[in-house]
Each structure stands twice: as structure tokens, then as C-alpha cells.
Design a protein around this ligand. Structure first.
Ligand SMILES: [Zn+2]
Ligand SMILES: [Zn+2]
Length: 286
């Protein structure tokens, strides 16, 4: 067990209602020597849900930090962890969905927050409006049902209720579609993929990847002040066109930074690309 890391032998609390401890706890234990206890007793749904009964009021980072603090206060820990996810259309390819995950380590002893993000196109995020007569086999296959659960609600009702979550059984699903369609003013039911981590193994894998990146960042020390959590904090665009040297929108360099001091370092693209193809140049290709 690594004990010479900044977190070797320390204890933290992970606030989650949705079983994320299964992937986060063993990883941080084995890589950092950090003992992570799970606090499942806090209603994190009050901070926002995917099914929109409770809209998230703050951005992902603020929500994750707030969630970590809730667990730290309740469990009387000075180090806390929490994760937060979002789903939506890909910014460049509209018909493709994207899953963004963030995990934070909030350390009130050292007065730092270490955060890590992952974006993944590997997600089953989708929805479908149906009436009881429609064949939903294709949708269910794409949703990876029944390993991944479905949420059913009336398509049109004042508050989207009743909403049934975590459905993994076809006969139960069929019954709920009929019931929700009847409760809807347009006679249709809304099917949504259940994005809560413990009902969505594909999302759980993305969270695991994010936890891995977070542990890597915690192991990286600032070259200036030796604080844990050194890593990429920003990027610079403007990779020069290989033909005319004009700046393009492509990534030119990564900015590495510290969570404690002002130290920054600029690093060229890690894939070794130093000039952009002419096709990305607005001077050559107006
Ligand atoms: Zn050019
Ligand atoms: Zn530093």
C-alpha cells in the first residue's frame, strides 16, 4: 500500500446515494493509500436529479463541492469526495450524446480542492415518447436494457408525475407505459434511460476512469511548492496552419497549474502535433 503519498493513511468520506463507492473506494485506497468511507445517508437528489424533478441550481463543479461538504459535515471528516455527471448532445455532432463526469477531493485540512473531469461518447443517454402500441425493442436494445434501467413517466402532465425509476423488467415496464400513457394528457408515456450510476454500468465505467485520473492528479506534485493536485488547468488554442502559419482553432498547448500557488507551466500538445492541416485554417480555407 502506498503510504508515502500526501494521502497515505488518511481518511475521507465519499457522499453518494448511487453506489459510486464501488469504483471510487478501491481505486483511491490502492493508489493513494486513502481510506474512503461512504456516506449513503445524505439526500444528494436535493441538489438536482437527471429526471428534472429537482433542477440542478449550480454548475457541476459547485454542486460536487457542495455535495462533498454535506458528507464532511455529517460524518465529521475534514476530507471529502463527491462526483457529479451531466448528459446532453455532443457540442460538435448533435445526434451524438456525451457524458461529462467530475470528481472532487475537498481537503479542509490543507485548504485545497483537487478536481478532475472526463468527457465520454460512450453513453446510452436517450429518450423516446411512446404509446402502449409501439414496439420499443430497438430503443431498449440501444439503451442496453435490462442491464441498464429505464425511467417511465407521463409524457405530458403538470409535474411529470408519477415517475418510475430503476425499471429493469420488461413486464413491469409494459405495465408502467400503459399506466403513464393513461395519466398523460396526450395519451403517451416518456421513456428515459436511467442515468444514476448504480442503474447504469456504462456511466459507472466513465466514473471509474475519472477516479483514475483524479488519483493520478493527486499523485502529481507542484514543482514549485510540492502540493498535491498538479495538472492541466487550461488549454490554449491557435495551433499554427502548416501552410501559412496563421493560428487555427485547434489545441496548441496545455497549461498545467497548482491548486495552492500561482505556478503555471505551458506544455506543447502531448500528441506531438506542432502544425495544423490546411483544412482547419480559415485563412487558407475561408
Ligand atoms: Zn493557412
Ligand atoms: Zn504550487
Amino acid at each position: 500500500m502506498p503510504t508515502r503519498t500526501a494521502y497515505g493513511g488518511k481518511r475521507a468520506v465519499l457522499t453518494t446515494m448511487h453506489g459510486k463507492g464501488a469504483v471510487i473506494v478501491p481505486l483511491l485506497q490502492s493508489r493513494l493509500g486513502l481510506t474512503v468511507e461512504v456516506n449513503p445517508g445524505i439526500d444528494t437528489d436535493s441538489l438536482g436529479t437527471f429526471t428534472k424533478e429537482v433542477a440542478r441550481k449550480k454548475d457541476m463543479l459547485e454542486t460536487a463541492i457542495e455535495k462533498a461538504h454535506l458528507g464532511m459535515t455529517a460524518s465529521r471528516f475534514s476530507i471529502g469526495l463527491a462526483s457529479e455527471g451531466s448528459f446532453g448532445p455532443h457540442p460538435a455532432i448533435p445526434f451524438l450524446a456525451i457524458n461529462r463526469e467530475i470528481i472532487v477531493l475537498v481537503d479542509d485540512e490543507r485548504g485545497i480542492v483537487v478536481k478532475e473531469f472526463v468527457s465520454s461518447e460512450d453513453t446510452n443517454f436517450s429518450s423516446l415518447v411512446v404509446d402502449a402500441a409501439i414496439d420499443i425493442t430497438d430503443f431498449l436494445n440501444r439503451a442496453k436494457f435490462p442491464r441498464h434501467a429505464i425511467v417511465v413517466s407521463p409524457n405530458q402532465s403538470l409535474d411529470d408525475r408519477p415517475t418510475f425509476k430503476g425499471i429493469r423488467e420488461r413486464t413491469v415496464l409494459n405495465g408502467l407505459i400503459r399506466r403513464c400513457a393513461e395519466a398523460s394528457s396526450d395519451g403517451k408515456a416518456l421513456l428515459q434511460t436511467d442515468m444514476r450510476a448504480n442503474f447504469n454500468p456504462t456511466r459507472m465505467k466513465v466514473i471509474e476512469c475519472c477516479a483514475h485520473k483524479l488519483s493520478q492528479r493527486i499523485l502529481s506534485l507542484c514543482p514549485q511548492c510540492r502540493e498535491a493536485g498538479w495538472g492541466i488547468v487550461d488549454i490554449e488554442r491557435g495551433l499554427p496552419c502548416g501552410f501559412c502559419d496563421a493560428p487555427t482553432a485547434l489545441l496548441r498547448s496545455e497549461i498545467l497549474g497548482c491548486v495552492r500557488c500561482d505556478h503555471r507551466e505551458v506544455r506543447a500538445r502531448s500528441d506531438g502535433l506542432r502544425v495544423a492541416d490546411q483544412m482547419y485554417c480559415s485563412s487558407c480555407n475561408p
